[in-house]
Design a protein around this ligand. Structure first.
Ligand SMILES: NC(=O)c1ccc[n+]([C@@H]2O[C@H](COP(=O)([O-])OP(=O)(O)OC[C@H]3O[C@@H](n4cnc5c(N)ncnc54)[C@H](OP(=O)(O)O)[C@@H]3O)[C@@H](O)[C@H]2O)c1
Length: 263
């Protein structure tokens, strides 16, 4: 199975490459910016694994990845995992449009541009799959992460439409929505420091399993771990309660001062 995996140099992507590699004949094209890491992982996984060191926000990134797949795999592609992503916490008041734009450029636009470049190869290699890695923050928003949530909501919404559109072309589209996974970019240090909250933090291996289920496994969407789906149900059925819980103590104090209710 020939797979393009973005964000392969750390965290969920790296765990995904290692997990898949246990089930040969997986052949990976690893994608991220840090070439040293990609080279080391490719050497570890064996000669069938190659890599493209590229900043996915760059204009020519999708064409470079496509050219690599054509050169090394004759244009055959069975799975695209759009996993690369990042978060830069800021309120809108502080970070403004620039913070939102930065999130959209990497977590949304780059995924669409790479998918656009590789879709003809995926269709020609059908049955094939695309897995988009969104987030629970792509269904439920919290203060300080508006730009991140906007990009992950957009990715989730687009994925639902793409799934419906690509069905007739034999390209399955799956969505993975992790909660808290301890990784380099998302260390969740505050949560793992306390026994009371440690249990909500999951591992990159669990997310990697979900990517397999949502790709070759044919699942439409998968929360990691699964109980996070309940938070999304709560947000839909009891939106007032969900907002009160996500507003936090600072917000509640401010609302009390202004006489407002967190509705
Ligand atoms: N961990 C969590 O709690 C959590 C929760 C929900 C969703 N997610 C999502 O899961 C995905 C993976 O995150 P992670 O937790 O594994 O974080 P991570 O360890 O920081 O990994 C992020 C990956 O994306 C790559 N990347 C970042 N910017 C890039 C760019 N401009 N061009 C190319 N590659 C880039 C990084 O590689 P380089 O730095 O080498 O480029 C790295 O391989 C992300 O989309 C994230 O939003 C994570």
């Amino acid at each position: 199975m020939i797979t393009v995996l973005t964000g392969a140099s750390s965290g969920i992507g790296e765990a995904d490459a290692r997990g898949f590699a246990r089930e040969p004949p997986a052949r990976f094209v690893l994608v991220a910016r840090r070439e040293v890491r990609l080279r080391a992982l490719a050497a570890e996984l064996g000669p069938a694994t190659t890599y493209v060191a590229v900043d996915l926000v760059d204009e020519d990134a999708p064409a470079r990845v496509r050219a690599h797949v054509e050169e090394h795999h004759g244009g055959t592609l069975h799975l695209l995992v759009n996993n690369a992503g990042s978060s830069w916490r800021s309120t809108f008041g502080d970070g403004g449009y620039e913070n939102v734009r930065r999130h959209m450029a990497l977590n949304f636009d780059a995924q669409l541009r790479l998918t656009e470049a590789l879709l003809p190869l995926l269709r020609a290699s059908a049955p094939s799959s695309i897995v988009n890695v969104s987030s629970v923050a792509g269904r439920v928003s919290r203060g300080g992460a508006g730009g991140y949530s906007a990009s992950k909501f957009a990715l989730a919404g687009w994925s639902d439409a793409l799934r419906a559109e690509e069905l007739e072309h034999g390209v399955h589209v799956g969505l993975v929505l992790p909660g808290f996974i301890a990784t380099e970019g998302f260390p969740a240090a505050e949560l793992t420091a306390k026994a009371a909250t440690r249990w909500v933090v999951s591992t990159p291996d669990k997310a990697a399993d979900a990517i397999v289920e949502a790709g070759p496994g044919g699942k439409a969407e998968r929360y990691v771990p699964r109980p996070w789906a309940a938070v999304v149900v709560l947000r839909t059925l009891l939106p007032g309660l969900a907002r009160r819980l996500s507003t936090g103590s600072a917000g509640k104090a401010a609302l009390t001062r202004t006489g407002g209710e967190p509705t």
